[in-house]
Design a protein around this ligand. Structure first.
Ligand SMILES: [Zn+2]
Length: 384
């Protein structure tokens, strides 16, 4: 069905369920999700009898032909996604991977930073599908009528034309939605305005699909929609609605990202030696108005952050007997952030090494600025 594009970095933080690496065309790792096999079996099973009806006497070979058809479909989706990705690479955007899944593909790539790039990357996929449809149709017309290649070419022309048309529908998460976004972005001069408009268009499309599926039965003359129309319409509408909703949610978080500032969110921290009892360390911290504890070695170099939840979990009567080092997470460079980080950069730095607390140092030096708690950052970006 659809080849949709990933929304920037938002999904790369989640694992995509990578599947099997099948190659690296243009240096881009291409994964096939195991769910594809299921679809391949379904396609082979349903398309086999169709092949036989056009090729009486083909026998068991019909399964080979219909499996080949499933593989050609996969290749069609791959070319569609590669087209997005190669154009993105040409425009200087980073492309991390392509995943081919149940009904289409996802290219994980950098967000285009201009409306023009957005348009070019988005249009490249459907353009590739149109080219495949055209070439397949040419072969269909040229090949001898009634032959197996003629049959396959005809089917591929049809399916790729559908894929192109579907993906050009004007709403996110579809390619057509990205084209709408690029246009609104260009006019409004704000990417976020384009995103919100195109995502709402996607929700509108979902509603239209439901009505269209219901109306289809009337058109075909049964007076009521068939079960297949309803199931397909429902699936497509759900895909569109949930995709558009996801886009809106991400946009909402993004609009709050400027509030994520290491400098303003960091907790002032007290440096203590590792063998200091927790009770004494907390007394000193309270006295000096500090809200975090950092363990330092004899040279004053930070070696660990005292984990807040570990402190809470320790019964207060044991505080005099526990050394702070026992409750501290040892530091490596990856949990050290600089105080000037903010917005998306800060989130990315934290995503590189998920941790409950980060040591924050002054930029350009290793002087301790404080401790940044992940919970504080989450609170800052999530509250209305
Ligand atoms: Zn696409």
């Amino acid at each position: 069905m659809a080849g949709t594009r990933d929304e920037g970095d938002d999904r790369s933080s989640r694992t995509l369920g990578n599947g099997v690496l099948i190659g690296r065309p243009f240096g881009i790792p291409v994964f096939v999700s195991p769910s594809w096999l299921l679809v391949a079996v379904l396609i082979t099973y349903t398309f086999g009898p169709y092949v036989e009806s056009h090729q009486p006497g083909i026998g068991a070979w019909k399964w080979a032909v219909s499996f080949a058809y499933a593989v050609f479909l996969l290749l069609s989706v791959l070319v569609h996604e590669l087209s997005h990705s190669v154009v993105a690479l040409r425009l200087g955007l980073e492309v991390r991977q392509i995943t081919l899944w149940l009904l289409g593909g996802v290219s994980t790539l950098d967000e285009p930073d201009t409306p023009r790039k957005e348009f070019l990357v988005a249009a490249a996929g459907p353009a590739a599908s149109i080219v495949i449809a055209g070439v397949s149709f040419g072969l269909f017309a040229a090949l001898p009528d009634g032959s197996v290649p003629h049959l396959l070419a005809g089917q591929l022309a049809f399916v790729n034309a559908i894929v192109a048309a579907f993906n050009l529908l004007p709403g996110l998460p579809l390619d057509g939605g990205a084209i709408v976004r690029s246009a609104v972005w260009k006019i409004a001069r704000r990417r976020s305005t384009g995103t919100v408009a195109a995502a709402w268009a996607g929700r509108g499309l979902a509603v239209v699909v439901v009505f269209a599926a219901a109306g289809w039965g009337m058109v075909t003359g049964n007076g009521q929609p068939g079960i297949v129309d309803i199931v397909w319409g429902g699936l497509i509408a759900m895909f569109l609605w949930s995709g558009a909703t996801q886009v809106l949610r991400v946009q909402q978080v993004r609009s709050r990202l400027p509030r994520a500032q290491a400098r303003t969110l960091l907790r002032p921290a007290l440096s203590v030696p590792g063998d200091l009892p927790l009770g004494e360390a907390i007394r000193r911290a309270r006295e000096s108005g500090m809200r975090a504890l950092v363990v330092t070695d004899s040279t004053g170099h930070p070696t660990g952050i005292v984990n807040e939840s570990a402190v809470v979990a320790t019964p207060q009567e044991r505080w005099p007997w526990v050394a702070v080092s026992a409750l501290s997470k040892s530091l490596d460079d990856s949990v050290v952030l600089t105080a000037d980080l903010d917005g998306e950069e800060l989130i990315k730095a934290m995503q590189r090494k998920p941790a409950p607390e980060y040591l924050v140092v002054e930029p350009g030096s290793s002087r301790l600025a404080g401790v940044l708690a992940t919970a504080d950052v989450e609170r800052a970006v999530s509250t209305g």
